[in-house]
Design a protein around this ligand. Structure first.
Ligand SMILES: [Zn+2]
Ligand SMILES: [Zn+2]
Length: 555
């Protein structure tokens, strides 16, 4: 039976020695074993060929024993050459001497001495003065600018783990969404296709729906005005609509109606959003096409439209919150694009925002919809301050560690929906730092108007990477998905800016039992990284919660 620890010190399950994250990163594991569990082999070959398809594979699954290799030489994991090593050594990232800095991608220094590591705002490119004096500028100044508050509000950062469901999912968490009306319900999707529903105020109230999708759940969305049904899209090529209470599912779209016909034909759905005005659910596939489903009739409408490079994955879609006909897409072809949804074809793209690598996400700002923030695999968060301005170059580029050499859900910087200044963003960090002897991967809060790191949120019990983070739309709390676990972070009771210590509330961790209701065993985990801690680490530290730049990173 699962148990909740209500004592001041939660109980932990000790991780197996080989499930340690650092040993994972220093092993010769290739990730392919894990891959095959979700996709037939042809897909593996297909995905491996593509550049930058980092998102399919999860770390640490060791179902099959790795092939025995005997090597007397040190081989670099980055360039595959012998004679030197690269990668993590504890919390330290050792660069391959043949490559530029792993963090900022510039030559001449290493990640450990990178200026961006010490002061993140070092990477901010100041916005050039731009006054195009167009009609759009005039409209912006008259109609939108007045609504933007002049004084920046104080940022509130949820910096303390309140509770968690440890190993809730049997594979890594890939997406999170809060229930739109019941503000204590968190929905989570995983790599295996399962959807979890958790009432984090009554921590034992949780459900897993296991048969809605057959592999990675990439999106969970609710439609405005209908909080009973959740819409999900998956790498199995389907969009489903599920009754939250009963789990009854309606299939809305299936791009692989004839089943498996080889990797060249297998369609997966990544981006998804809802055009509220039109009542249309938009999804995009790994072939560059946009599909739409009328949510009143549950019928696909129109022909698929090519919106990114043919046969490239479209990873994100976002409808503008103020003007839903403005659609933002991003993809593996290194572009984010703005579209007028009333008139969609490849010729009618309003703007193409070029990036140096794959764009993991692109979002309009949540209130005015006037800014754009993207996360690209080149370790840059880019911000455009006005969609009405010159979009050729971003207003700022912020260097941040989210390019990963392991198999994770891609990192995405997301806006804080409560921040009226539309500048606070949250994103997990890939590179770990040494916090009083413990290697931790913080969740970073960044002021995107300056590039400054507002807070790096850590918890010494969370030694895993947290690529999936969702800020609550109304409450000052955050959900994060770290490996197979989901966590709720709340703001500490004291004024966190003064850092006056106060007794922290005991964390509530619920560990999932290994016995599953459907009779399958639980050995297919993403193993590297279950939350827990080693005894020696646990004794070593007392500091919890968030650090601001300058009082952390002491070795
Ligand atoms: Zn190398
Ligand atoms: Zn650097």
């Amino acid at each position: 039976m699962p148990f909740a620890s209500s004592s001041s010190r939660p109980r932990f399950l000790r991780r197996a020695p080989d499930s340690d994250e650092e040993s994972e990163s220093s092993s010769s594991y290739s990730g392919e074993d894990d891959f095959e569990e979700d996709f037939p082999e042809e897909v593996v070959a297909e995905e491996e060929r593509k550049e930058d398809t980092a998102d399919e594979v999860a770390p640490g699954n060791r179902k099959r024993p790795p092939p025995i290799t005997i090597s007397l030489k040190k081989v670099c994991k980055v360039c595959k050459e012998a004679g030197h090593e690269a990668g993590f050594k504890g919390a330290t990232y050792i660069d391959c001497p043949r490559k530029p800095c792993f963090l900022c991608k510039m030559p001449g220094h290493t990640t450990m001495s990178c200026p961006h590591r010490i002061a993140m705002e070092h990477g901010v490119i100041p916005a050039p003065v731009r006054n195009t004096n167009t009609a759009l500028d005039y409209i912006f100044n008259r109609q939108l600018k007045a609504k933007i508050p002049k004084i920046k509000p104080v940022f509130v950062v949820p910096d303390q783990v309140d509770c968690g469901l440890i190993r809730f999912h049997s594979r890594r968490v890939t997406c999170l969404e809060f229930h739109p009306t019941k503000s204590n319900i968190l929905l989570s999707g995983d790599k295996k296709g399962q959807i979890g529903i958790w009432n984090y105020n009554k921590q034992h109230e949780r459900t897993i729906y296991g048969s809605i999708h057959s592999c990675i759940v990439n999106n969970i969305k609710f439609l405005p005005g209908n909080d009973a049904m959740l819409y999900t899209s998956s790498s199995d090529g389907t969009v489903s609509c599920t009754d939250v209470e009963t789990g009854t599912t309606t299939l809305l779209l299936d791009l692989n109606p004839d089943g498996w016909n080889g990797a060249a034909a297998w369609k997966m759905l990544y981006g998804m959003d809802v055009n509220i005005e039109k009542g249309v659910l938009l999804v995009a596939d790994n072939f560059g096409y946009l599909h739409s489903v009328d949510v009143r009739s549950n019928v696909q409408t129109g022909e698929p439209i090519l919106i990114h490079k043919k046969r490239s994955k479209v990873v994100g879609l976002h409808c503008n919150p103020v003007q839903p006909d403005l659609l933002l897409s991003c993809g593996n072809d290194h572009f984010a694009r703005i579209w007028d949804a009333r008139r969609l074809d490849i010729e009618s793209c309003l703007a193409s925002l070029a990036h140096r690598r794959v764009v993991n996400s692109a979002y309009f700002s949540p209130m005015t919809g006037n800014k754009i923030m993207t996360t690209s695999q080149d370790n840059r968060i880019r911000v455009w301050d006005s969609i009405f301005g010159n979009l050729e170059y971003p207003s700022r580029e912020i260097v941040h560690s989210h390019d990963f050499s392991r198999h994770l859900t891609p990192f995405r910087a997301e806006w804080d929906p409560k921040d009226t200044s539309e500048s606070l963003a949250v994103i997990g960090r890939y590179i770990s730092e040494n916090y009083d002897g413990v290697a931790l991967h913080p969740i970073d809060f960044i002021d995107t108007s300056t590039g400054k790191l507002v807070a790096e949120v850590i918890d010494t019990d969370v030694t895993t990477i947290s690529p999936v983070n969702k800020l609550h739309p109304q409450d000052y709390l955050m959900a994060s998905g770290s490996s197979r676990s989901v966590l709720i972070w709340k703001t500490r009771q004291e004024d966190w800016q003064t850092k006056k210590g106060q007794e922290r509330n005991p964390k509530q961790f619920i560990f999932r039992t290994e016995k599953k209701s459907n009779g399958k065993n639980d050995s297919d985990s993403d193993g590297d990284s279950d939350i827990g801690c080693k005894g020696k680490q646990y004794k070593a530290k007392k500091r919890q919660g968030h650090f601001t730049k300058g009082d952390s990173k002491k070795s």
